[in-house]
Design a protein. Structure first.
Length: 393
């Protein structure tokens, strides 16, 4: 596909993904916060579990929640589902455009696992489906009746997937798949559990039957899972812009810290929103601080790749000409690149000196460049570039 058209297709799909995702996250967080803020009153109608008075946009809203459903349903019942469906659909389209079509550049790193594009794509699709299968089995098993044990098992499932992805795909490919792995579980919760259960409840009411209360309880459980997984999933999706994250050799452990910190942050945000006192949620602050500090410490750059040998301008320039100008040139020769990324070109030694910090960050310390290491830059060459940059300081 023409790189120009591919770029536009990418940005438009990404825009749609953001729009749908913002809508889904907003409604998900709102309803969980609403559920937590409901107040029980003796004067409430039969079957009402609680109510809340809210103010927004200059108006007042009176919301009531039924334990199962009211005796009679109104004809204009509003369903919240397409936000989740469209988020997953646009996300998968983006996965195709960015990572399947350009698998050699973004999904595969020969130094991690040499394979053909079709193999990488097959592993991607199968792993996302398998993730939902194992998660759903856990929720339906006896473990699913114990919130604490279920949370630990889901956490370990994500860690196991992260370990696998980081040993199969490139750094960027691994992190985007961890996000897609979590996102698929979340979207499938809506498509395969929450909405079908709500339809069963609705059908029972229309027949004049008493709905099974377990259907609502199961839907609530999956909805809570979705909100706890939201913040970690967002981090994985945005991490691809930061090689310091995606290039880490122990990416799976880094994911563990982010999932834990993100889940606790979600708890703090919603509990604070519904008015919980800091004495009840104050424990979340040190947990978030410890996990994020741990992540920062893990990603602190080391100097192990910087050689102590003096490297000349000519030798450093030769390395860059061998491995970098396929993309960073006035006319890139890489089939997936139409113009030099961020306008950075290495036509002269002066250009290299101008962008020395970027070279050090992306090629020496994080090993994010060359993209997918398609040109096979060695650690020795990275060390020489590091030594050359150190000599400029």
């Amino acid at each position: 596909m023409d790189p120009f058209l591919l770029e536009w297709l990418n940005i438009l799909t990404r825009w749609g993904h953001l729009i749908a995702g913002i809508s889904w996250i907003g409604t998900s967080f709102y309803f969980v916060a609403l559920d937590l803020s409901l107040k029980k009153d003796a004067a409430l109608p039969r079957g009402v579990a609680g109510e809340a008075w809210e103010v927004h946009g200059g108006g007042f809203y009176h919301v009531q929640k039924y334990l199962s459903a009211p005796d009679n349903l109104p004809p204009d019942l509003i369903w919240f589902k397409w936000e989740a469906y469209l988020t997953w659909i646009t996300g998968f389209l983006l996965l195709i455009i960015q990572y399947y079509v350009q698998a050699d550049s973004y999904l595969i790193d020969p130094s991690i696992n040499p394979m053909s594009p079709w193999q990488a794509i097959a592993i991607s699709i199968v792993s996302l489906a398998a993730g939902w299968f194992f998660y759903d089995v856990l929720c339906r098993s006896p473990i699913g009746k114990h919130t604490g044990w279920l949370a630990i098992c889901i956490y370990l499932l994500i860690l196991a997937a992260s370990y696998g992805f980081s040993h199969i795909f490139s750094g960027r490919g691994a992190f985007i798949h961890i996000g897609a792995f979590i996102g698929t579980m979340m979207a499938a919760n809506v498509f395969a559990v929450i909405i079908p259960n709500q339809r069963k409840i609705t059908a029972s009411l229309l027949k004049g039957e008493l709905p099974d209360p377990r259907l609502g309880q199961i839907g609530k459980q999956r909805s809570l899972h979705n909100t706890y997984l939201t913040l970690p999933a967002l981090f994985m999706m945005t991490s691809n812009h930061y090689a310091i994250i995606t290039g880490h050799p122990q990416a799976w452990a880094l994911v563990g810290l982010i999932v834990l910190g993100g889940g606790v942050a979600r708890h703090a945000l919603l509990r604070h929103e519904v008015g919980d006192d800091m004495s009840e949620i104050g424990w979340t602050i040190p947990v978030i601080a410890v996990t994020l500090t741990g992540a920062v410490m893990m990603t602190t750059p080391s100097n192990t790749l910087v050689s102590s040998v003096k490297v000349s301008d000519v030798e450093a320039f030769a390395i860059v000409q061998t491995h970098c100008v396929q993309c960073h040139a006035a006319v890139p020769t890489d089939a997936t690149i139409k113009q030099a990324p961020k306008g950075i070109m290495f036509s002269t030694i002066a250009d290299m000196k101008r962008y020395a910090i970027q070279i050090e960050t992306q090629a020496v310390r994080n090993k994010a460049m060359p993209l997918g290491n398609k040109t096979g830059m060695t650690d020795d060459e990275r060390a020489k570039l590091g030594a050359w940059i150190a000599g400029l300081k």
